[in-house]
Design a protein around this ligand. Structure first.
Ligand SMILES: Cc1cc2nc3c(=O)[nH]c(=O)nc-3n(C[C@H](O)[C@H](O)[C@H](O)COP(=O)(O)OP(=O)(O)OC[C@H]3O[C@@H](n4cnc5c(N)ncnc54)[C@H](O)[C@@H]3O)c2cc1C
Ligand code: SF4
Ligand code: SF4
Length: 463
């Protein structure tokens, strides 16, 4: 049995590529599925009794979960703290890259790139693995050897990427090259599992950084946004997912598609169609519905947006950072010249409350729904809960439907000259969403009123 027979078959594959990169028979090959997602395809070369791909898969069940691995990695660190949402933490920081141009090119405040560049400059690692423009897949993980290359890869790629090719290089080359890797929480979990299983990886990967992650939409999402902006699917070269606009709120960045001749499509405000697609799970990878890690709990250091009232007005973006090892703390505090200061863990948690609600509460309802269907699903650290399902049934069922229909209909319409046919096929679901949106905002009205009273009467806010 391999990952394709279980994880891929039941649609829990996030396409990280860790299985493919560590398969001793090179029997798993990553490629696009008909849903616009990266998945492994198996040849017939699996060795008897080999289970490595299952052992390293972040969406398979293991004798150790993220909490056990985190205990093993961080629990004995002097002065370490723990919170159920963030996992272990030594310190938290808020700040931004001092160079204005570099800050503008970054996703948030640019501290992730500053950190990775410092790892190289200080000789902590010989290579950085980050995500940048790739020849054959728009974006992918790349091995970077110079600070200039790391700066080139700043920004967020809201696009499927996979790490198999990198792992193959690391495993094949000589021992003395070392690596610092930045990845999403699920990939970090896969890497940690692989490092437990394969000593050479453990020796060579010296630092792992994570991005906080809400969800990942598949390649079709990028294609739809590009066509909406006037760039045809067969002509997309890349997407600038976060172009900052002076005067806008930090969250109201622009998404801009760029065609093969370098011509740009009409920029789209993140608060418009991209938010609608994100919020109602258009093109969402199914595995993200079953992910319980918000903060990349197994990473040495985690970077995220400062989605806090006090930083939202600065369109240039601000980064929050959770540090879990003394080495990462030293590198971060040594970022001389950059604006970095301490911030309370409660603020960091507050900045991601929406994602925490999805990954720790709504997930219990989704797990319950799966349980009633009686099919295999990966074990999570939270438990199925019928009450949460009942309370959120309309949202869960509606977004599950949108998630699968959007993939099915886009497959049929992606090469059309416009998105009209796609939206016509989705008209019923869209009108159900609009009705749901109206009802939800009516229900929210009393809460907004209480908020206003709270402000006037100066009641304390709790999180
Ligand atoms: C799919 C996805 C979902 C996210 N969800 C959230 C969220 O819910 N809340 C939140 O606060 N932040 C989220 N982030 C993180 C956020 O977008 C920023 O990456 C983060 O704030 C760091 O910003 P920065 O300016 O410090 O990083 P930068 O200086 O811009 O550097 C970012 C680094 O991340 C690497 N990178 C970009 N895309 C990827 C990728 N797909 N996989 C691995 N590495 C990548 C780049 O190569 C670069 O090295 C998400 C990111 C992604 C890719
Ligand atoms: S290891 Fe990653 S790519 Fe392989 S099956 Fe699991 S989630 Fe998918
Ligand atoms: S939500 Fe979880 S599974 Fe999905 S991309 Fe983010 S970390 Fe991976």
């Amino acid at each position: 049995m391999n990952v394709v027979d279980v994880v891929v078959k039941h649609d829990y594959c996030i396409g990280c590529g860790v299985c493919s990169g560590t398969c001793p028979s090179t029997n798993l090959c990553m490629d696009w599925s008909s849903n616009g997602e990266l998945i492994p395809y198996a040849g017939d070369g699996c060795k008897e009794n080999c289970s490595i791909c299952l052992d390293v898969c972040p969406f398979y069940d293991h004798p150790v979960n993220q909490d056990d691995i985190a205990d093993f990695l961080f629990r004995k660190t002097p002065d370490i703290n723990h919170h159920e949402y963030t996992g272990y933490y030594l310190n938290c920081y808020v700040g931004f890259q001092e160079d204005e141009q570099k800050r503008l090119k970054s996703a948030s405040g640019g501290l992730a790139t500053c950190f990775l560049v410092s790892l190289l400059k200080e000789g902590v690692v010989d290579n950085i693995v980050a995500v940048g423009i790739a020849e054959d897949r728009m974006y992918d993980h790349k091995i970077l050897k110079s600070p200039g290359e790391v700066y080139e890869c700043a920004g967020s790629a809201y696009y499927p990427v996979e790490i198999s090719r990198i792992l193959k290089v690391i495993l094949e080359e000589k021992e003395d090259e070392s690596y610092g890797i930045i990845a999403l929480p699920c990939v970090v979990y896969g890497l940690r599992l692989a490092m437990l299983r394969i000593p050479k990886l453990k020796r060579k990967i010296k630092v792992i950084a994570s991005l906080t992650c809400g969800q990942l939409q598949n390649r079709y999402c990028t294609e739809l946004l590009a066509l909406e902006s006037g760039v045809r699917v067969d002509e997309i070269a890349r997407m600038d997912f976060r172009r900052k606009k002076k005067g806008n709120m930090a969250s109201d960045y622009l998404q801009v598609a760029i065609d093969l001749d370098g011509k740009e499509g009409t920029p789209q405000s993140n608060h418009g169609l991209p938010f609608h697609l994100w919020h109602y799970h258009y093109f969402k990878q199914n595995s993200c519905n079953f992910c319980d890690d918000v903060f990349g709990e197994l990473a040495d250091v985690t970077f995220m947006d400062a989605w806090l009232e006090e930083y939202m007005d600065d369109y240039r973006g601000t980064s929050l950072v959770i540090v879990r090892t003394p080495l990462s703390g030293r590198v971060l505090e040594g970022l001389s010249g950059h604006e970095v200061e301490g911030i309370d863990i409660q603020k960091v948690i507050q900045s991601q409350m929406g994602v925490i609600q999805k990954k720790r509460v709504l997930l219990c309802g989704k797990l319950y729904k799966k349980e009633t269907i009686d099919m295999w699903y990966p074990k999570k650290r939270v438990k199925p809960d019928p009450q949460i399902y009942k309370k959120n049934k309309e949202f869960i069922d509606l977004t599950d439907k949108i998630q699968s229909l959007s993939k099915e209909f886009w497959r049929e319409h992606r090469l059309d000259p416009s998105t009209k046919g796609f939206w016509e096929d989705l008209a019923d679901s869209e009108s159900q969403i609009r009705a749901y949106e109206r009802k939800a905002s009516l229900l929210k009205f009393p809460l907004k009123l209480i908020g206003k009273f709270r402000e006037v009467l100066q009641w304390p806010k709790t999180i």
